[in-house]
Design a protein around this ligand. Sequence first.
Ligand SMILES: C[S@@+](CC[C@H](N)C(=O)[O-])C[C@H]1O[C@@H](n2cnc3c(N)ncnc32)[C@H](O)[C@@H]1O
Length: 449
Amino acid sequence: MMNSPDNNVVHHSARQVAIKIISNVLSQQGSLSTQLARFQQEVAPEHQALLKELCFGVCRHYPTLNSVALSLLNQPFEEKDIDLYAILLLGLYQLTHMNTPDHAAVNESVEACRLLKKDWATKLVNAVLRRYQRECDEIIDNLSAMPSVEYNMPKWLVKRFNKHWPDHLESIIEASNIHPPMCIRVNEDQVSRETYLESLSDKGIKADIGEYSTSAIYLRNAQNVMHLPGFMDGLCSVQDEAAQLSAHILNPEADEKILDACAAPGGKTGHLLEKAPSSQLTAVELEPWRLEKIESNLERLGYPVSLICADAGDLDAWWDGNTFDKVLLDVPCSATGVIRRNPDIKINRKPADINELVEIQKQIVDQVWKTLKAGGYMLYATCSLMPEENEQQVARFLGEHEDAMEVPLNTLNSSLELNWGEAVSHGRQLMPTINGHDGFYYCLIRKAD
Ligand SMILES: C[S@@+](CC[C@H](N)C(=O)[O-])C[C@H]1O[C@@H](n2cnc3c(N)ncnc32)[C@H](O)[C@@H]1O
């Protein structure tokens, strides 16, 4: 424990805080991103990158680390000792993937048991880590036939990906297991992509333009956003290239009434406003704490927006009866196209979640449809690779709504090339790609006049 010199905040080591975060993720007390947001201030600023590396690393490699750990333990830890399991996973991660000297990784893990006042576990943790240190190749070899180890992905997800996308299995897995590239969106309301690229180059930041979104730039090396020219003045935002396509597809225009029905953290809300600052945009979000994120994002970009905290599917709670010209419906989903950004999905997402999410999406899309004017357009979007949440959800919707008709994704923007992803029975599916965009799904639906 250390007192920081400036404000008397007590800082803990990155490992101690990582143990707390991983324990909470393992016991399903929240996602990795919410846990990191909650606890990262407990670590001194100079150690926060290490904290992230430890937490993201353990989640990203969890299927393999978990199989290794279980094979080395006579019996799994009880729920009350989930913190010890977190110590073990962190130790295994350091031994396998980090430059920490082996003896330091083992000693620090043992010391962490003491700090938790669980001295009884020191011998066990020491023995497991030392055995792994000595025999890691043999241990991994013996487990290599398990899908969770072969693919570093939960078995059920491997099966689903293989069932739905047999030709893409290897590339989905590979792209889902890597660090994603850092992609930014240039605020074309303020600056052209070419000019912004030059200002990046002036600062020595190497970057390449995205192939599909006219506002996308990939940074060759991830940067602290504060080093990006004009970030605080709203000249750019961090956003995946596939996610940027939503605003290009919906192509909002001045004075149009637009609904962003599942809006937080507001990435797409901001982009819609950059494209049409004088549109009348309403953003609805269920979670109050996530609504605050939209507020702070839009404050930085400098656009006013009407924010509503409500269940988008409960029209009585938020809708005044005035219809919208265009609706963006970026529904909650399994996020199976963005596992590399949310690797805790490998720990907490379960097969039953898919059916639950399909029901939630059904409720939202069926209700929100009523808020669209005749002749208006709704863009249905997910970051899922599961057809149940995507083309099958849309097929059901179209089958149950006579006034709904699928239209090509470039209907509202004739300069948008449809050279990304692949056409599926309804809409287009993008797979995650190694140096490029995330996995995404889009379908554009028009309401009859
Ligand atoms: C995929 S995220 C949206 C991402 C956002 N469009 C962006 O680009 O930043 C889905 C969001 O929907 C919210 N949500 C979930 N159920 C909802 C509901 N019934 N009504 C409104 N929002 C909901 C979630 O809290 C989450 O913030």
